[in-house]
Design a protein around this ligand. Structure first.
Ligand code: KIV
Ligand code: ZN
Length: 392
């Protein structure tokens, strides 16, 4: 059990679609597209929008600057490594923002320090202190991330987190950079930080989970119970390799299972489909049909038993309403598993009222067709009915 718990149940949603999401191979967006995405994120009530990594390129710099000009409500974050040059560049790009945040990171795992940074732990520790004090002199909203945090040795992680908070970081983000952790372990890691870092209550604890083992959402939710109050995520879960924690899944899990997880986000979930479609269109990354919340099949039913249940009471097979994510209705898909009840409902929707013998004939012919044809369109059903009416 943690000895220190965070009293508020409000979870800060930090969206990094425009930064980590864009780092997915083939997911790059142009300036206009980034502005469009940022505006939708802002309208849907996201708390922080990470707009890019200004030192990475002039294009990234410009997009952070332009997003900063347009975002009205959310904080805008710019990413920076632990160097003055990176931090200056991020700060310059963030100038127009109403609520700017500098997000600085440095690897702390033995593997990253030895091979990637080629720095000794003491030098890394010093760089944390220096970079965060430097950023804090520019901006009063500074986030620090120990990259590869979940593979970092615990004593060293505690020391670096304590130092970052002393130097002025108001958010400490623990990244599972390579999607390695599992929920119980991640919960224990956050709990360990809450218990061992003396000044931890001066900062918001954030989590940033990658999805290499398909656990990003589960890990993020597990961290809340240990005291984390910021979740970093992306629309449609896009991001490096297998992607990041999917925002739509986290916010809908919080909304749907508030009985099991007493936390809330400020996101207007009815904007989810709008955001998902926009990100899919601008990145050219299609959403897999069975993707939770936003996949084409997430509110679709084909089996006769399920369709029958849905027609009697939608809660039989749906735990969320389509309206809650911005869809107008569920989709009863006509196929070989559909039954009479759904077929009749479809006919009514298409404006047909058949006599019993016409209906029976049309249903038999529909089943025959569905055995041979993968997709049954409304036009196929209209043709069947025309035939049935003529023949009976
Ligand atoms: O995955 C990661 O570690 C990151 C950091 C920059 C936060 O994206
Ligand atoms: Zn990341």
């Amino acid at each position: 059990m943690s000895t220190k718990t965070n009293k508020s149940n409000r979870v800060i949603i930090f969206d990094t679609t425009l930064r980590d999401g864009e780092q997915a191979p083939g997911c790059s967006m142009n300036l206009e597209e980034k502005i469009q995405v940022a505006q939708v994120l802002d309208e849907m009530g996201v708390d922080v929008i990470e707009a890019g990594f200004p030192i990475a390129s002039n294009g990234d710099f410009q997009s952070v600057q332009e997003v900063s000009k347009r975002v009205k409500n959310a904080q805008v974050a710019g990413l920076a490594r632990a160097t003055r040059k990176d931090i200056d560049r991020a700060w310059e790009a963030l100038q127009p923002a109403v609520n700017p945040r500098i997000h600085s990171f440095l690897s702390t795992s033995p593997l990253h320090m030895k091979y990637k940074l080629q720095m000794e732990p003491e030098a890394v520790h010093q760089a944390v202190a220096d970079s965060i004090s430097y950023a804090r002199n520019l901006c009063d909203n500074v986030e620090w991330s120990p990259e590869d945090g979940t593979r970092t040795e615990h004593d060293f992680l505690c020391r670096c987190v304590e130092t970052a908070i002393k130097a002025g970081a108001s958010t400490i983000n623990i990244p599972d950079t390579v999607g390695y952790t599992v929920p119980e372990e991640f919960h224990a890691l956050i709990e360990m930080l809450m218990n061992r870092v003396p000044n931890i209550d001066k900062a918001i604890i954030s989590v940033h989970c990658h999805n290499d083992l398909g656990l990003a959402v589960a890990n993020s939710l597990a961290a809340l119970k240990a005291g984390a109050r910021q979740i970093e995520c992306t629309i449609n879960g896009i991001g490096e390799r297998a992607g990041n924690c999917a925002m739509e899944e986290v916010v809908m899990a919080l909304r749907t299972r508030s009985d099991a997880m007493p936390y809330e986000s400020g996101v207007d979930t009815t904007q989810i489909m709008r955001a998902s479609r926009l990100v899919s269109t601008v990145t050219g990354f299609s959403v897999q049909p069975n993707k939770a919340i936003v996949g084409a099949n997430a509110f679709a039913h084909e089996s006769g038993i399920h369709q029958d249940g849905m027609l009697k009471n939608a809660q039989t097979y749906e735990i969320m309403t389509p309206e809650s994510v911005g869809l107008t209705r569920s989709n009863l898909v006509m196929g070989k598993h559909s039954g009479r009840h759904a077929f009749k409902a479809k006919l009514e929707e298409l404006g047909f009222e058949l006599a019993e013998n016409e209906f029976q004939d049309a249903f038999v012919r529909f089943k025959d067709l569905a055995d041979h044809k993968k997709d049954i369109y409304d036009e196929d059903i209209v043709a069947l009915v025309d035939d049935a009416v003529v023949r009976t």
